[in-house]
Ligand binder design. Sequence first.
Ligand code: XMP
Length: 528
Amino acid sequence: TILILDFGSQYSHLITRRCREHNVYAELMPCTTKIQDINFKPKGIILSGSPHSVYDDVSPHVDLAFFDLGVPILGICYGLQEIAWNLGGEVTKCDHREYGPADITINKFWNGSVDALFEGLGDKMRVWMSHGDQLSTPPPNFHVVGHTSTAPYAAVAHNTKPLYGIQFHPEVTHSPMGKAVIGNFILKICGCRQSWTMEEFIGKEIARIREICGPKGRVIGAVSGGVDSTVAAKLMHEAIGDRFHAIMVDNGVLRLNEAQQVNEMLNKDLGVNLTVVDASALFLSRLDGIEDPEQKRKIIGNTFINVFEEEAAKIEFAAEEEEKKGADPKGRVEWLLQGTLYPDVIESISFKGPSATIKTHHNVGGLLKDMKLKLIEPLRELFKDEVRALGRLLSIPAPLVGRHPFPGPGLAIRILGPVNREQVKILQLADNIYIEEIRKAGLYDQIAQAFAVLLPVKAVGVMGDQRTYEQVIALRAVQSEDFMTADWFAFPPDVLRRISSRITNEVAGINRVTYDISSKPPATVEWL
Ligand code: XMP
């Protein structure tokens, strides 16, 4: 394991990703972590960047006991400055904050070789800089292993100990050789084995689930038809079979035939013990007349908890009855499955400065709290693409594994006006045609998210010799790394033409189709 101590840089999670891409397990912890807080011995430590300056009164500092472990340490940006600050170097403010690309020259030793950190990477490389302070005097016993035209100490190393510091950010994709630099550190310098693979993960995780759940006791969990909950459910099924109960709530604002398709796949194909609850009437009655997006979200969230709890209570009641009969070896409901992923974990543990509060994720309602369920989160160590890889290994069908994300409040936030069955039907049909044509054109995997939006305005059209007065569909398709920023997807015109013509011909109530060409920011991905 590589331990990454997070000093609050916006790039910290990317360091974890880059290590994992080398099949080395890496875990991010806040920089305030003390050595006694960790229950493993890392093979190496990486200190992240930070928005702070090492000289600020409130700036965070590392527990120096980590330096005594004798394992290799790599400081990135602030991490470098933190090493220097602790070991007697000097850090000063730059005249101008340096933000952007720089070319680093790798220093050669007398025999022509370079430091192990840069081995095999050439003499020069393009790297990404983002800093206001820089090293002005290296600490005693350090030597320079790389420099740029403005940073004479852009990369330094200790003469005898495995201590390294680099001013640039190897973790961002703007540093094309950055991943290789991290690879050199964790593989050559730390000597990590490349054993973090999903094949290994499955076996270990199934064993872990069996151990923590014990021989008795049931687990319940919600599935949505998305990748995360499907993978989590299948993993639970592999581990404890029918002691796991999946519940899918049909909230009436799912995609076309979604509940039915999830049922087919999870229940019939994957063998997961699944109950689909059709609560669409309840959801739609509570949504009736509501236009405000936040209110729509709240209603859907709360109703979901009500319905899920009611279903959980039924399972618990049945378990109780069986227990009374003394016939049931499966036990009572003890666990609640959550599909939490590592980015959520990072979000809640990453260092946000001295006054930060921890975000809570788990909105379990009253009844579930009363049932005193313990949480089980089999995906909490994984990034999204690792979940997809796991899904493929668990034989989950490829179209589902590669599926675009779908928001919890569903089509309710894509119907801009009031939500009712007719409006849902129109949007489902239009959205289905849109996605079908994107798949046919072979473009689905190039797009991060695509969906149709139903506008609450009517426009004039003509059909035969009749004048029509019908609604407008807006199509959205974006490319994005992390949905924090996004750009609209440039469709070939003939694909858009086909989609538009099919929607206006096949969906009653629509006579006009528009394409959304807004990026995020200033727009968002969803319209509400
Ligand atoms: P925005 O619209 O904020 O969307 O640019 C970014 C990503 O978040 C998804 N999204 C949601 N997901 N509940 C969800 O589960 C929501 O209320 C919600 N709102 C937006 C959106 O689909 C996109 O992937």
